[in-house]
Design a protein around this ligand. Structure first.
Ligand code: PEP
Ligand code: MG
Length: 591
């Protein structure tokens, strides 16, 4: 179907979540407005309603297991594991008990009882200002619509057998549907809702389909068949693109192909400046399956293994053996390259249901991370023993998160010694010289870095939290995001002080927060004395290219300027100007 009348270029702006550009006709999937029947149920028919609910849960479980199996074969185990969270929703006792009670107490049909409960539940999750919980609400919506469809005998739209190439525009596209899209047919995805960390976005990136979320009401406003251009670099859906727009985007795509080819070529080359100063580039990982991309993007090991993800989305804590297995696999696959395992960083923005600590007024300033581990000795013991045992099978290092004072390091190190003695007595192998470092992510740790350096072998600066705690800006709060400034003079000084303290004590200093993966800030981090940068693996090639284009004299001059300057904006502009001059091609995705 084509549109009638004069056509004018129009733009919907959203969040770029999967890079690339495509153009073609759209297929609009409108938000399904199911009308939920409500009727009274007699006493003797109540068991039948409960039985229908149970049957719908069983059918849905079968469907999800089927989806999971197909995804595991077609894409990979990591993507398939996303559906573990969906299976957990089906077992949620709150869901099962509440819906069953509603049916019995209110004597209503199951569709109504189910719809009432899930609407309230997801609205509550959505209202909480927490990205992780919002993603769980999205998982619930996906599962709930399956259960409801099964209760009402509704067929889902079949996206697996599309024949004409198209760009899908939808209110939301559940991950279970995104995972089966054929990327030769589905050229791009645009959704009204969703964020960068939503599972749909993760799937789109895995499939390398350009995608933009947060397009607000695009699916309501647009009709199938409309010709559009989707820009996954900058987050735009351009309706009726003009010849000029198509031409300009054609050039952008050509430039991108060139830059990607160049980046592939340098994967095997070292990260050295033009004058030969060597930097170490490592990867931040969350799970075992990330090993592939650590290798693919040419990282020199793992600079941050966030172990929280081994604890999330499961009903029991991982045992020592289970953790040992995970750490051992990563260490032995990447050997002789180092793998820095961070001990459990629970709390603040990272919640783990089984380890949920009591409600606190200020969870970001509360009983979390190393503070929690030092008291919950059994949890810490299992992890430390697992890490120690894994150190026998590769180049394992370990670091503590959220350290605020020297005492915490001394206490944690004492536990390590105690568990080393246990393992020795048990005849279990470990690396006697396992290197231990600390994350510098609290201002007190940066200011007292000189003292901390005496007890550890390296520092890794967690800029995400260092910025949050130094500037008193909640890193999750959109409303004050304008205050979250990585180039604030206070942050610049703290990074420089930390690196200086490290070098004065003959230890090295890395950066593993998001700043490390931003090419505009690479010159600044080098200028402040970073020896290692650790980031999400796909960001590595561009940071390496940047480093290989910088000269020591330019870096030194930038450092002197940054330490004298009182303006975040000016420091950013100077680092940005140097970065753009050194590697202009990296910034050619902007229109
Ligand atoms: C940081 O705070 O910069 C960091 C790397 O840790 P996380 O983002 O896991 O808190
Ligand atoms: Mg942190």
């Amino acid at each position: 179907m084509t549109e009638q009348g004069p056509v004018e270029e129009r733009i919907f702006r959203g969040i770029p979540v999967s890079s690339g550009v495509c153009h073609g006709r759209i297929l609009v999937l409108k938000k399904a407005e199911l009308s939920i029947p409500k009727y009274d149920v007699s006493e003797e028919d109540l068991p039948q309603q409960v039985q229908r609910f149970e049957q719908a849960l069983i059918t849905t479980r079968r469907e999800i297991l089927d989806v999971q199996h197909k995804i595991s074969k077609a894409i990979g185990d990591e993507e398939a594991r996303i559906f573990d969270a969906h299976l957990l929703v089906l077992e949620d006792p709150t869901l099962i008990d509440s819906v069953t009670n509603q049916i019995v107490q209110k004597r209503v049909n199951v569709e109504w009882a189910f719809h009432e409960f899930t609407e309230k539940y997801t609205a509550t999750l959505n209202a909480i200002d927490d990205a992780y919980l919002r993603e769980r609400a999205a998982d619930m919506r996906d599962v709930n619509s399956r259960i409801l469809n099964n209760l009402m005998g509704v067929q889902r739209q079949d996206l697996q057998n599309l024949r004409e190439p198209c760009i899908i525009v939808a209110y939301d596209l559940p991950p279970s549907e995104t995972a089966f899209l054929d990327r030769k047919i589905v050229l791009g995805i645009g959704t009204d809702i969703g964020s960068k960390t939503s599972h749909t976005a993760i799937m789109a990136r895995s499939l390398q389909i350009p995608a933009v979320t947060g397009l607000q009401n695009a699916s309501q406003k647009l009709q199938s068949g409309t010709y559009v251009l989707l820009d996954g670099y900058n987050g735009a859906l351009i309706i009726h693109p003009s010849d000029q727009t198509l031409f300009e985007y054609g050039q952008l795509v050509r430039r991108q192909v060139n830059i990607q080819e160049k980046l592939r070529e340098i994967t095997v080359l070292p990260a050295v400046t033009l004058d030969g100063t060597k930097l170490t580039l490592s990867a931040n990982i969350e799970q075992i399956s990330d090993i592939e991309s650590v290798k693919y993007f040419g990282a020199e090991g793992v600079g941050l293994f966030r172990t929280e993800y081994l604890f999330i989305n499961r009903s029991a804590l991982p045992t020592e053996d289970e953790q040992y297995d995970a750490y051992r696999k990563v260490a032995s696959e990447l050997k002789p390259q180092p793998v820095i395992i961070r001990t459990l960083d629970l709390g603040g923005d990272k919640f783990i249901s089984k380890l949920q600590v009591a409600q606190e007024m200020n969870p970001f300033l509360g009983w979390r991370a190393i503070r929690y581990c030092l008291e919950e000795k059994e949890v810490f013991r299992a992890q430390l023993r697992a890490i120690l045992r894994a150190s026998a099978e590769g180049n394992v290092k370990m670091m503590y998160p959220m350290v605020s004072c020297q005492d915490e390091v001394l206490k944690a190190n004492a536990f390590v010694e105690e568990y080393k003695a246990e393992l020795r007595a048990e005849g279990k192998a470990f690396d006697e010289n396992l290197e231990i470092g600390v994350m510098i992510e609290i201002p007190s740790a940066a200011i007292a870095a000189n003292f901390l350096a005496k007890h550890v072998k390296f520092f890794s600066i967690g800029t995400n939290d260092l910025i949050q705690y130094t500037l008193a800006v909640d890193r999750m709060n959109q409303k004050i995001a304008y205050l979250y400034e990585p180039t604030h003079p206070a942050i610049v000084r703290l990074i420089q002080m930390t690196a200086e303290a490290a070098h004065a004590n003959n230890i090295w200093c890395g950066v593993c927060g998001e700043m490390a993966g931003d090419p505009e800030l690479t010159p600044l981090l080098l200028a402040l004395g970073a020896d290692e940068l650790s980031m999400a693996p796909p960001l590595l090639p561009q940071i390496k290219l940047m480093i290989r284009r910088l000269k020591n004299a330019e870096i030194k001059e930038l450092g002197e300027f940054a330490l004298k300057c009182d303006s975040s904006r000016e420091i950013l502009e100077r680092s940005r100007a140097l970065a753009r001059m050194a590697a202009p091609g990296l910034f050619e995705t902007q229109m």
